[in-house]
Design a binder for this molecule. Structure first.
Ligand SMILES: C[S@@+](CC[C@H](N)C(=O)[O-])C[C@H]1O[C@@H](n2cnc3c(N)ncnc32)[C@H](O)[C@@H]1O
Length: 224
């Protein structure tokens, strides 16, 4: 368990059954169950090889009675009645949004979602804001020198009014070194986009101005 998986575990709410989607090595769900944060778990992956790795980990830790292994795409086939907390980590934010969008259990206020996008965090946050999800908490960590953000989310059904920069940095409190590192990563990506737009051909003035405004807004957030 590195800092990233540890932060997800720390932000989790105690639950009856947690589902770890894209489980791969299975470390997260095994720790959640072993430490009693989840009484039982579902370890799901779309690919057989990673699921097999998770199976080995579950057996090694003697958790066969408490963790069910499921070969599936996203949350497909997972009964919403069975699961009360969903963990999705280490995937692109666009794929995570698709997985959430497709599951009948997502738009229910009795579920908790712990989400850690590897990339395209802005895509995931936009989806959450637009679809009536509420980010209860968002925190950052650094693992192997890379900054990450983790959010705990619930569904309220109320679309969240939000500022454009909140799609990039949510409501992160920039008082920690980890959050600052995350902010710098976001700024570097926006700066790269800005340069590409400035050098490119065609009429991309509107996009360029938007990106410049975003950069300034993210900087202001980080200084607050
Ligand atoms: C980079 S690993 C992340 C593993 C672990 N969740 C973590 O954060 O350390 C991504 C895993 O997601 C799985 N995956 C990719 N697309 C998926 C999908 N649509 N449904 C379920 N699992 C998926 C991959 O097979 C892989 O095991």
């Amino acid at each position: 368990m590195d800092q990233r998986l540890t932060l997800i575990k720390e932000m989790a709410r105690p639950c009856r059954c947690g589902a770890d989607i894209g489980t791969d090595h299975g470390y997260l769900i095994c720790s959640l169950v072993e430490e009693g944060i989840a009484q039982r778990g579902i370890a799901a992956d779309i690919n057989a090889m990673p699921l097999d790795k998770a199976r080995q980990e579950v057996i090694r830790r003697g958790l066969e009675e408490r963790i069910q292994l499921v070969l599936t795409d996203g949350l497909t086939g997972i009964d919403p009645e069975e699961v009360d907390e969903v963990f999705i980590a280490g995937m692109g934010g666009d794929l995570m949004a698709q997985i959430l969008d497709r599951w009948p259990g997502s738009r229910r206020s009795d579920k908790v979602f712990c989400l850690q996008p590897m990339s395209k965090g802005e895509h995931l946050r936009r989806f959450l804001f637009q679809e009536g999800f509420y980010v209860e908490e968002e925190k950052c960590c650094v693992a192997a020198g890379r900054p990450y953000s983790v959010m705990r989310v619930i569904y309220t059904g109320r679309r969240e009014a939000h500022l454009p920069e909140e799609e990039y940095v949510g409501k992160i409190d920039f008082s920690t070194d980890e959050a600052e590192a995350y902010g710098k990563k976001v700024l570097a990506a926006l700066e790269k986009r800005r340069k590409g737009l400035a050098q490119g051909t065609g009429d991309r003035m509107g996009e360029l101005q938007e990106t410049e405004a975003l950069i300034q807004a993210v900087k202001r957030r980080m200084e607050q």
